[in-house]
Ligand binder design. Structure first.
Ligand SMILES: Cc1ncc(COP(=O)(O)O)c(C=O)c1O
Length: 180
């Protein structure tokens, strides 16, 4: 059925402080134009990330009460593990409470000094976690070299092109390193 309105009712509202253009310019100046030094309460529309912008459904809120907080062997973990395995088919499931924590674990296993991690645009914590290990966060729009026009972000159908482009990019970086 075609949806003509958002198919849910919104139960909670959170007020946003409205500011004038002059005030916003002042806040930006005080933060030395560093978005991480801005106070969130002075931001009307936050485009830094989607974090913290989603509303939880009634089912999600009620699941909080079903949560088993046992320190080890929690029922909730096994339920979570079964769903993740069902959806993604992965054998190993390691829950993390934050994206940046997940990246920290992933890169500490996958990368070391000198590794190259290509991406069209690295999220800030992704780059930080990569560089912390002495690896290189490569962001030179490597996928364009595969003949993609640059207007469309990579999709699954482009996966082979992406792999070929990544291979060429890595080979050219290795060549540069050998020559210098
Ligand atoms: C790749 C990536 N890493 C990290 C984060 C940040 O998530 P968190 O605030 O849970 O660390 C995001 C959120 O948008 C993300 O897309």
């Amino acid at each position: 059925m075609k949806t003509i309105i958002e198919p849910f009712k919104v139960k909670v509202v959170e007020p946003i402080k409205m500011t004038t253009r002059n005030e916003r310019e002042g806040y930006l100046k005080d933060a030395a134009y560093n978005l991480f030094l801005l106070k969130a309460e002075n931001v009307i529309i936050d485009l830094l990330t989607d974090s913290g912008t989603g509303a939880m459904s009634a089912e999600q809120w009620s699941a909080l009460m079903r949560g088993d907080e046992s320190y080890a062997g929690s029922k909730s973990f096994y339920r979570f593990e079964a769903v993740v395995r069902d959806i993604f088919g992965f054998e190993q499931v390691i829950p993390t409470h934050q994206g940046r924590a997940a990246e920290r674990i992933l890169f500490s296993v996958m990368c070391r000094k000198g590794s190259i991690v290509p991406n069209n645009t690295h999220f800030d914590t992704t780059r930080a976690n990569i560089e912390y290990l002495g690896a290189e966060a490569d962001e030179q729009f490597w996928w364009r070299t595969a003949g993609l026009d640059g207007e469309h972000p990579a999709s699954e159908s482009d996966l082979l092109s992406l792999q070929v482009a990544a291979l060429f990019r890595c080979l050219s970086i290795c060549r540069e390193r050998l020559l210098h």
